[in-house]
Design a binder for this molecule. Structure first.
Ligand code: HGY
Ligand code: MN
Ligand code: MN
Length: 401
């Protein structure tokens, strides 16, 4: 087995450089297709070229660095777009790790390895947009019609950095397997003082946009019993959802009302409308189904009881997925060889592009610790030694495939 010798300084220098695109304090603001994200993608393409990889981009902006020749290769990557307020490592770490392992493998005469940065993993338009299109889970035309919270369509927002080849599909059949390394984004490894997570499965996710419409009115002259207050509806809805979920969830089940837009959002006006998202995640499809029923039935009941209109849109779902057992064992062997006794097998509570890859090829994931378990926040961070150790484990696992 050829050993892939990574270059830690080069890895860290590229990570630090990627952080500068959209940097905001210690974190980044680099949503899909925004200026900073386009600049980052253009720089990534340049680094891929310099690494001796052929650059390709597909119609939604997924960016690939492909080794010369046509035989199948291992694909390693993640995403370089961020949440509206994102950490510097979420996704970015997996892309630069893929670039480093791909170029180190070329340098060491190792296996053929390609790198990918998927577009809009963070859901400006929908959950895992870019890899969903690539994996055939979401039709391109359907994706292009999706809108963000401002009502802009993906088709209108989608732009490519200058100097890239014309967009063309990069078929999943070109790859034998998909590997992704990612920060854990949770407290497990950090709390246990461990350094590597070998992921066995990824939870499923569902989300929906809902709108309650009542009656906008004067906050002083409208008696409480005559009001049709959309925010009062939202408050009752969340309380009722929590109560009804309590009977069916486990400690690992999560649900979030993360986006709320009140209209007209003024102190002296009874709010006539509220737009909000509900997102729920669990490892079991049956439980996700039951939660979907509760999300929808509760919204209809609350709306009816308070004289509100209800609209639903943008339903998105990604099923729970399992990492390939053979690849998981390769990752575990590499972890034990490189970081003996400081690793564990674990699930992923976050969603990753690897979930979509699993529909088309065997996939596996590795985690490194997140300091204090923080992510989707400017505070997100990981010890630099852990960042390097993770890529050493990844390179060793890839060399053995
Ligand atoms: O939300 C997620 O799980 C991912 O970070 N987009
Ligand atoms: Mn991510
Ligand atoms: Mn994320």
């Amino acid at each position: 087995m050829t050993r892939i010798a990574i270059d830690p300084e080069r890895l860290l220098a590229d990570l630090d450089k990627l952080r500068t695109f959209g940097q905001c304090g210690t974190g980044v603001v680099r949503p899909a297709y925004a200026e900073a994200e386009l600049a980052a993608r253009g720089w990534l393409a340049e680094r891929m070229r310099e690494a001796g990889l052929e650059v390709a981009v597909d119609p939604v902006g997924n960016l690939f660095g492909l080794p010369p020749g046509d035989e199948a290769s291992i694909l390693i990557g993640s995403h370089s777009d961020s949440q509206p307020e994102g950490g510097w490592l979420d996704g970015a770490y997996g892309v630069i790790a893929g670039l480093e392992v791909a170029r180190a493998s070329l340098e060491s005469g190792g296996p053929r390895i390609a790198v990918v940065s998927f577009q809009d993993e963070e859901g400006r338009f929908t959950t895992l947009t870019g890899s969903s299109v690539w994996a055939g889970q979401l039709a391109l035309a359907e994706a292009q019609a999706l809108t963000d919270d401002e009502g802009i369509t993906l088709e209108k927002a989608c732009r490519q950095p200058d100097g890239l080849p014309a967009p063309a599909e990069v078929a999943p059949e070109r790859f034998s397997s998909f590997l992704e390394i990612h920060i854990e984004q949770g407290p497990v490894l950090d709390t246990a003082g461990e350094r590597i997570g070998v992921v066995e499965n990824i939870v499923g996710i569902r989300s929906e946009r809902l709108r309650f419409t009542g009656e906008q009115n004067h906050a002083g002259t409208t008696p409480m019993h005559l009001r049709r207050d959309a925010v009062q509806g939202l408050v009752r809805y969340i309380a009722e959802l929590n109560a009804r979920f309590a009977d069916i969830v486990t400690p690992a089940t999560v649900w979030t009302v993360g986006h709320v837009a009140v209209h007209p959002n003024a102190s002296s006006i009874v709010p006539g409308q509220v737009d909000f998202t509900v997102q729920w995640r669990d490892a079991e499809t049956a439980r996700l189904d039951r939660m979907t029923e509760i999300v929808r039935d509760t919204a209809s009941e609350i709306a009816a009881s308070m004289g509100l209109d209800l609209e639903r849109s943008g339903y998105a779902t990604i099923a729970p997925t399992h990492c390939d057992p053979i690849l998981v064992e390769r990752m575990a062997e590499a972890a034990e060889a490189v970081a003996p006794g400081t690793w564990r097998r674990m699930p992923s509570g976050a969603l990753h592009d690897a979930a979509n890859a699993s529909y088309r090829m065997p996939m596996a994931m590795l985690f490194v610790p997140s300091k204090r378990g923080i992510s989707h926040s400017f505070e997100e961070d990981t010890d630099r030694g852990d960042l390097v150790l993770g890529v050493e484990v990844l390179a060793r696992a890839a060399a053995g495939l």
